[in-house]
Design a protein. Structure first.
Length: 297
């Protein structure tokens, strides 16, 4: 089996241990600059994956991230941001890491070699035919992730692979493979670096684009945000004022009436209707503000 790109030696940094501090960080920065282009080359597959995610979520399914090591931690990070940012229920986007929650803070490297444990995690999570599973592994060959994908396919879930090695075994086992090729790491095999950066960028795209498609963004503002503290309540007030053009007093009154839910406050003000009618319109529009206002775009 050929050596994974993520494990090979980077000739550009072969003497990095002999350089000055400025030269070291310059080399790291030069290598990091390759990441965005590698992700750009995968945009067609990323968009295809987003369409699958949106279709499954609209049909009542859930989004699952499964990863090992850095890949798993990045999945947990992305999933944990969804409830506060887009008011999603905690079960809508879930993430699991090989080795369990202990592996979030403490390395449990051997856990990624256990394919059976991956299959067991899928069963325990109750993955089903309405769901979509994203397997995340830099090398594309972590047995735990391969076990996850195998079990998920058997249960009828849609599967997406996020890897940084296009020759990895996972690529041929998923419905859509996203494989940004970032090249050898600055420090051989340290995939928390370029590979991790690429995976973080892709995960940002998957979740953010899906939430946009699901109507949780108006313009470029996160109007389904949970205003759970003083800073976020001010952000909500600013959003309502900016979108509607009303005064701070009027925006504040609408938010108070809606329990600081931004979307019904917006529909109330923009359509000149009461809260019950605003909620009714949003419900029939699938939560999409533009549709609730009778707009298509």
């Amino acid at each position: 089996m050929p050596e994974a790109i993520t494990e090979s030696l980077n000739q550009a940094t072969a003497s990095i241990d002999t350089l000055s501090t400025l030269e070291i960080v310059t080399l790291i920065n030069q290598e990091d600059a390759r990441v965005a282009a590698a992700v750009q080359a995968e945009l067609e597959y990323i968009a295809r994956a987003v369409d699958i995610i949106v279709e499954r979520l609209e049909a009542g399914g859930r989004l699952f991230y499964f990863g090992a090591g850095t890949s798993g931690r990045l999945g947990v990070l992305d999933a944990s941001e969804m409830p506060p940012t887009y008011s999603t229920p905690p079960e809508l986007v879930q993430a699991f890491i090989a080795g369990g929650d202990r592996a979030l803070r403490q390395s449990v490297e051997a856990a990624e070699d256990d394919a059976a444990a991956g299959r067991q995690t899928v069963a325990a999570a109750g993955v089903g035919e309405k769901d979509v599973v994203v397997g995340i592994t830099a090398s594309g060959g972590a047995p735990w992730v391969l076990g996850v994908v195998e079990a998920s396919r058997q249960r009828g879930a849609a599967t997406i692979g996020l890897v940084c090695n296009p020759a990895g075994a996972l690529v041929s086992q998923v419905d859509v493979a996203i494989a940004p090729v970032v090249g050898p790491e600055v420090i051989a095999g340290s995939t928390r670096m370029k590979a991790g950066s690429a995976q973080k960028m892709v995960l940002n795209m998957l979740s953010t684009a899906a939430m946009i498609r699901l109507g949780k963004v108006y313009g470029n503002m996160m109007v389904d945000m949970r205003a759970s503290n003083q800073k976020l309540r001010k952000r909500a007030l600013d959003m309502v004022m900016r979108i509607t053009g009303v005064s701070a007093e009027s925006a504040g009154q609408a938010l108070q009436a809606s329990g600081y839910e931004i979307k019904p406050a917006l529909v109330m003000l923009l359509a000149g209707i009461n809260l019950d009618e605003a909620r009714h319109r949003l419900e029939h529009a699938g939560g999409r503000v533009r549709l609730a206002l009778g707009k298509h775009r």
